[in-house]
Write a protein that binds this ligand. Structure first.
Ligand code: HEM
Length: 169
């Protein structure tokens, strides 16, 4: 993957294209990014952006094919599409796990989590939590769709948020 991006960077240095890689190279030439940092950003965006969206489309289509009543519903009422996508994300989320390390001790209900503890958040299970969602194992494109998933604005926010951390390390 690194070789692929190194080659792509070389090509764009010779002939900038106005795409994201060319923009990152322009920042590099301003002395703000190293080539390694450009490659790290490209790899992150490729895996974070491509795997997730393709798997959402695949999982979402499969869920609709398995629930023909819901498929018919969204075909008849295309204006529910935005919330339908959120419900499809909740029902079969392409990102099932998110690892975390605690930088301070916290208490969650009955459980105390010490500083430095690593935990894995089970996003898929949280999206089927019966205390949070009515009838969580049913695909319902009319439901309040807000699951533990990921919206477009969060994508940009997540990238921007992690930026200062990369620059420090
Ligand atoms: C259906 C589409 C998507 C889903 C379900 C999704 C899901 C997620 C989740 C759950 C996280 C948090 C991971 C964590 O906190 O451990 C995350 C982080 C992130 N996502 Fe997405 N995402 C999607 C699309 C995208 C796209 C299109 C991009 C960029 C083009 C993107 C870029 C990122 C980045 C940069 C992070 C932060 C990674 C980090 O902090 O190390 N995501 N995404």
């Amino acid at each position: 993957m690194n070789l692929y991006f190194r080659e792509a960077i070389k090509e764009r240095r010779a002939r900038p294209k106005g795409d994201l890689t060319s923009l990152l190279i322009a920042v590099e030439e301003d002395d703000q990014l190293t080539e390694e940092e450009i490659i790290a950003n490209c790899s992150l965006l490729l895996s974070a952006g491509h795997e997730t969206t393709t798997n959402l489309i695949g999982n979402g289509l499969l869920s609709l094919l398995k629930h023909p009543d819901q498929l018919r519903h969204v075909i008849e009422k295309p204006d529910i599409m935005q919330s339908a996508v959120e419900e499809l994300l909740r029902f079969d989320c392409p990102v099932q796990l998110a690892p975390r390390a605690f930088i301070a001790e916290i208490r969650l209900g009955e459980v105390s989590i010490p500083t430095g503890q690593r935990v894995t958040l089970m996003l898929g299970a949280a999206n089927r939590d019966g205390e949070r969602f009515n009838d969580p194992d049913r695909l319902n494109l009319n439901a309040d769709p807000t699951g533990i998933s990921h919206s477009a604005s969060t994508v940009i926010f997540a990238w921007a948020r992690s930026w200062p951390v990369w620059k420090r390390s």
